[in-house]
Design a protein around this ligand. Structure first.
Ligand code: B1M
Length: 213
């Protein structure tokens, strides 16, 4: 792996946002692809943080610092992941479900969708089930994208799908779900139309959902 990507990962672990910002900038100047910087630098570091947190080797403030450093790197990559002047591919409502504050992955999905030409209505995090449906109907959106990082909040996705069923809108509004605890099987179980394991896969899945592959 490129030494600089290793360094990005190491400083993310230390929660040093200034250093991560600077190193990400340098990696871009070295013509390393944004996807590689993201996957092998920033996300690689975040995955280690997740493991350390699980083993109680680090605590919540450390995770928060790492998240801040992750955003410092993402700020540098964002313009490169976005493409200008593409005709709109359609609208999507996106958000992290109620009770869940994790938004890094959801934001990455949003960046990649925008980069692919979709108009993204980002509702943020901790979004109640009814809100997703209300906005999707008001904005005449064809796809709702739901993100969840906690096993305790995954169930809100099922609530969104139930509301869509109640309103008889499952034909016109499709759902895509994602997030670390999710799986294809769980998505199928709750009646979601698609599941994506990462941001690039989310773009492919949304394209397939609205017939723009
Ligand atoms: Co939290 N957290 N956290 N956390 N956190 C996890 C998720 C956890 C797995 C850590 C662990 O124990 N190993 C664990 C969940 C356990 C479980 O439920 N099974 C956990 C916990 C327990 C908690 C708290 C409960 C801790 C506490 O308070 N005791 C608490 C909950 C707060 C709440 O939400 N109510 C909490 C808090 C936090 C912080 C606020 C400190 C911070 C979030 C900051 C932020 O998001 N602004 C945080 C973080 C950073 C993490 C970890 C370390 C990293 C998450 C992340 O950003 N990953 C995480 C461990 C881990 O996941 N390895 C952990 C990087 C990101 C790019 O990946 O989000 O998976 P990810 O997104 C990916 C894919 O999943 C996919 O594409 C993305 C890009 O590739 N994807 C989609 C995501 N959404 C998608 C939607 C799609 C399609 C694909 O379609 C719409």
């Amino acid at each position: 792996m490129d030494a600089i990507l290793q360094k990005i990962s190491e400083y993310l672990l230390k929660g040093d946002d200034e250093k991560v910002f600077e190193l990400t900038k340098q990696a871009i100047e070295q013509n390393i692809s944004p996807k590689k910087i993201l996957d092998n630098g920033l996300i690689a570091g975040m995955n280690i943080i997740g493991e350390q947190f699980k083993k109680h080797e680090i605590f919540l403030p450390d995770v928060l610092m790492a998240a801040k450093a992750m955003y410092a790197g993402m700020d540098q990559l964002k313009p490169l992941l976005l493409k200008d002047g593409i005709q709109s591919m359609g609208k999507i409502v996106l958000g992290t479900v109620h009770g869940d504050l994790h938004d890094i992955g959801k934001n990455l999905v949003g960046i990649m969708l925008k980069g692919a030409g979709f108009e993204v209505i980002d509702l943020g995090n901790d979004v109640p089930a009814e809100k997703f449906v209300e906005i999707a109907l008001n904005e005449q959106v064809k796809v709702i994208g739901l993100s969840a990082l906690l096993t305790t909040t995954m169930t809100v996705m099922k609530e969104v799908i139930s509301i869509l069923k109640e309103k008889d809108t499952t034909n016109s509004i499709k759902t895509i779900v994602g997030g670390a605890p999710l799986s294809k099987d769980y998505a199928k179980e709750i009646g979601a139309d698609a599941y994506a394991y990462d941001a690039a896969n989310a773009v492919e899945s949304v394209k397939a959902l609205i017939g723009r592959t």
